[in-house]
Ligand binder design. Structure first.
Ligand SMILES: [Zn+2]
Length: 436
């Protein structure tokens, strides 16, 4: 399944699937087929999330669950299992898909064994987590939770298409009208979402929790020689778009002293950020994308735009470092006669996983693997967004050399098997202990 899904790409010769792209549509069709084979009812929501639902089959069943129907409180609760189906550019095959495919296999297995579940299960394949197309992550899970703001919908991709337009096109809606509706939605930050008829949110208390299986994307499990581990917390993260504006000029005729070189300023700033990160334990800071506007070999760069991503497990540390970085940017800009603009494109506080749900997951890990190590996730995950909706727990699977976001990303089938056994055991125990 992983290999087959890994062939579904927007770019020939390498794996790239981005938000609402043609390949995402094909991926939804392929994975949706596997969901149906496992007995799930499949739908794709307005932001492109693939949702496979298995109704409760065990004790306490009160008939088919209808969202928004009468007698809602009497209906069984829902357990959410999932991850994302989008990828970075030139990606590996496991980051994301593993957490969508393993639950499908687990539910198929439970069905074959005739295990009754007193709660419904939804397997979620989020349409956007990596932040590739709009340089802002979690659009899929935010859409699922009804958290997309008018600001989110107004972000533009490299072709100038806004999130709102992309969603409208995906849904076959007239683009201008939908955007007009978004534009007039001042009453609440979330009205824009309703105007586009995006997802209705699950009601609070209706969900048992969200559990995500994901490759570790780090070297800890490999060092411990263990296949899986539970996640205690996800590091907080801030992402920015910075624009440095100087003055373009002829590379041959403008003396060095008279230059206002936007790229040289950005470079000094970026080196300074690296130095700050190096002396702050546990902190990581990255500039991963940089564009020299109208750049040419014989032109002094007049404008540079780049991203900045800063993460730490403790929010207080991250915030203090961001203040240092802000002062650095001001110093560099003042000294070099540059104008710098900041735009915050993402802000996520550190997220603690649910102690109760994590303990249940750890119990299954201990049962299958013997030991149950606990890890902090330096990478962001859909759980960051889902934590606003329900308790969250995560299971990490060992990946070779901690490598991810790369075509050589690899997790061994024997490790999936362990993760599958853990997930199956977890759902089964949850069903056994379930009190309604
Ligand atoms: Zn991922």
């Amino acid at each position: 399944m992983v290999v087959e899904l890994g062939r579904v790409t927007d770019e020939p010769g390498r794996l790239t699937r981005t938000f609402l792209s043609p390949a995402m549509k094909r991926a939804n069709r392929l994975v949706g087929g596997w969901m149906k084979d496992a007995g799930l009812t499949v739908r794709v929501d307005a932001v492109g999330n693939l949702i496979g639902r298995l109704e409760a089959t065990g004790v306490g069943r009160t008939g088919p669950v209808r969202r928004g129907g009468a007698g809602r409180s009497a209906l069984p609760k829902t357990l959410l299992l999932g991850s994302h189906l989008d990828t970075v550019r030139d990606a590996g095959r496991f980051d994301g898909p593993l957490g969508v495919l393993l639950p499908i296999v687990a539910l198929g297995e439970l069905r074959r064994r005739g295990v009754k579940l007193p709660f419904a299960v939804e397997v979620l394949g989020f349409s956007e987590e990596e932040g590739v197309r709009f340089a802002s992550a979690y659009l899929g899970s935010k859409g699922y939770c009804g958290q997309l703001t008018a600001k989110d919908l107004a972000m533009r991709d490299a072709d100038g298409i806004t999130v709102g337009e992309a969603i409208a096109r995906w849904n076959g809606l007239p683009v201008r009208r939908s955007l007009g509706e978004v534009g007039t939605s001042s009453r609440s930050k979330r009205v824009g979402v309703n105007a586009l008829h995006l997802n209705a949110t699950h009601q609070r208390g209706e969900l048992l929790g969200y559990v995500e299986v994901h490759i570790e994307q780090g070297p800890v499990l490999e060092a411990k020689k263990l296949a899986v581990g539970v996640v205690s917390a996800i590091a907080g993260q801030s992402r920015f778009k910075l624009t440095w504006t100087g003055k373009a000029g002829h590379a041959g005729t403008t003396p060095m002293a008279l230059r206002r070189d936007a790229l040289a300023g950005a470079a000094e700033f970026i080196s300074g950020v690296e130095a700050i990160a190096r002396r702050t334990p546990g902190l990581v800071a990255t500039v991963g994308l940089l564009t020299v506007s109208r750049g040419a070999a014989n032109v002094i760069p007049g404008e540079v735009v780049h991203t900045l991503d800063v993460r730490h497990a403790r929010d207080a540390v991250r915030r203090s470092v961001l203040r240092q970085i802000g002062r650095l940017a001001t110093q560099v800009a003042n000294r070099r006669g540059l104008v710098r603009r900041w735009q915050r494109t993402q802000e996520n506080t550190a997220v603690a996983c649910s102690p109760a749900l994590t303990a249940q997951l750890a119990r299954s890990v201990a049962a299958v693997q013997g030991k149950s190590p606990s890890l902090v996730s330096g990478a962001g995950h859909d759980g960051v967004v889902m934590a606003a909706l329900c308790p969250v727990a995560m299971l990490f699977v060992r990946c070779r050399a901690g490598l991810s976001h790369h075509p050589d990303e690899y997790a061994a089938p024997k490790d999936f098997a362990v993760a599958l056994a853990v997930l199956t055991d977890f759902v089964e125990r949850l069903a056994k202990d379930y009190r309604g």
